[in-house]
Design a protein around this ligand. Structure first.
Ligand code: C2G
Length: 435
């Protein structure tokens, strides 16, 4: 019996795929189809896949052309499969011409002519979302650049002034907002009332109650309101959370996160500081993310310790936020006038997780135990600091109405709550003299 194998994502199964599978089937007596897993697609840079692995497998199965369907999960698997299933022919579309010649050591390799005029990318980009960008900062430029990697997401306008905001809103389906944090709430509200989806830098609001109100408004309007906290969308960080939640290091007892970036702030006057973000607004949300995602938002007590700028008593150059839970503690250190090692350490009853600086955009972490032989290192691809995945998630949520939230609404509210308390002086201890 002659066995043929082929591989693909088969997203939004179309005529091109079907023709390929028919011709592959005709090359032998038994056809094995390898469908790529979500992780493998992400690792090879395919972030726009619309359907889940099981939907894509089901679609291939329903054609009745495959005798066997397997999952392709890692690079190099093709060699393993060819040996394991005693494959005679490897077939793939001509867009891959030459790329799989290395398999000739194991079986016959056939490149089948690709069908012109149809592709999953083209089908996906029929769904469109026009995004307006508000604000002027390096973040806005990054969003614009990364949007180019998401099929169907188009930048349809840019403005830096609130006077132009209404006009921009009338031309787009969604907005990305980067303003001074205290302006976010009003800008979000305006966009939601105009029927637009919102992706906004964090914090969304300076008060927990405002944040809850905005989330309720988005729900009522059936719109997406998402916090642009890119770390939450990075693959390594996402995997770390899943591992820790599955008990890899036992019970979690302590979370310690530090985020610092030095800016020349010391000589600035009050007016010049007005356009700058202080430490707790800029870094607080990122630092608090693993705390609330791992330990929940139901802490018993918290305490904020800050040292302030001499020209502005609400501009913290450094803050430490300590959280006390029933059975755990956490500490977040943020600074724009103090430098520290930007690492994340999660301590548990069996071992600990170590994420090296800068942990908020890492592609690597390590799980460590008393016996170093048991340590495990994990490496992942980091595409666009997580921004690309964040935009893809925002697009999917807005266009396909996916209600699953990477950052839980309660976490978003808790983050706003702590920042609101800082400004109200609640649980805040200002240290000694300003810096
Ligand atoms: N194809 C085709 N004609 C099209 C579109 C796709 O013949 N118009 C073929 C591709 O060449 C491929 C198969 O259909 O052989 C599946 O295509 P994709 O779903 O795009 O998967 P791909 O990224 O090509 O995966 O390990 C994965 C494989 O290497 C290929």
């Amino acid at each position: 019996m002659k066995k043929v194998i082929t591989y693909g994502t088969f997203d939004l199964l179309h005529y091109g795929h079907i023709r390929l599978l028919e011709r592959a089937r005709a090359l032998g007596d038994w056809l094995i189809v390898g469908v790529t897993s979500e992780d493998y697609d992400k690792a090879r840079g395919k972030i726009n896949v619309t359907q889940t692995l099981s939907e894509r497998m089901e679609a291939v199965k329903s054609l009745g052309l495959a005798d066997e369907i397997i999952v392709e999960e890692y690079e190099g698997q093709k060699i393993d499969d060819i040996k394991r299933y005693h494959v005679d022919v490897f077939a793939i579309g001509s867009d891959w011409k030459g790329k799989f010649d290395y398999l000739k050591d194991y079986c016959e390799v056939v490149y089948l002519e690709r069908t012109e005029g149809i592709s999953s990318s083209e089908l996906r980009s029929r769904d469109r979302l026009t995004l307006g960008l508000f604000g002027s900062s390096a973040n806005v430029d990054k969003i614009e650049r990364e949007a180019g990697f998401v099929n169907g997401l188009l930048v349809g306008g840019k403005c830096t002034d609130e006077a132009d905001y209404d006009e921009m809103l009338s031309r787009v389906d969604a907005v990305y907002l980067y303003a001074r944090p205290e302006r976010h709430c009003a800008l979000i509200e305006k966009a939601l009332l105009a029927g637009k989806h919102v992706l906004c830098e964090t914090p969304l609001a300076m008060k927990k109650a405002d944040c809850a109100r905005l989330q309720a408004l988005a729900e009522e309007q059936e719109l997406v309101l998402m916090e642009a906290l890119k770390t939450a969308f990075s693959t390594a960080y996402g995997r770390l959370l899943l591992l820790l939640k599955s008990g890899k290091i036992g019970e979690i007892v302590s979370v310690d996160a530090a985020c610092t970036s030095m800016e020349a702030l010391s000589g600035l006057g009050r007016e010049e500081l007005r356009d700058k973000w202080n430490s707790i607004s800029d870094w607080g949300p990122t630092g608090m993310l693993p705390v609330f995602q791992l330990l929940g938002t139901g802490y018993r007590e918290k305490r904020i310790y800050s040292r302030m700028h001499p020209e502005d008593p609400s501009f913290d150059l450094f803050s430490r936020v300590d959280f006390i839970y029933d059975n755990a503690v956490a500490s977040v250190r943020v600074g724009k006038g103090v430098k520290s090692e930007g690492e994340l350490i999660v301590s548990g009853t069996k071992g600990y997780a170590y994420v090296p600086a800068p942990w908020w955009k890492t592609d690597f972490f390590e799980i460590r135990f008393e016996n170093p032989n048991e340590n495990q290192r994990y490496f992942y691809q980091l595409e666009g600091e997580g921004i690309r995945n964040m935009l893809a998630a925002f697009f999917q949520a807005a266009v396909h109405g996916i209600r699953y939230q990477t950052i839980d609404g309660a976490v978003t509210e808790a983050i706003s709550g702590v920042i609101g308390d800082f400004y109200e002086g609640k649980d805040l201890k200002v240290l000694g003299r300003p810096m």
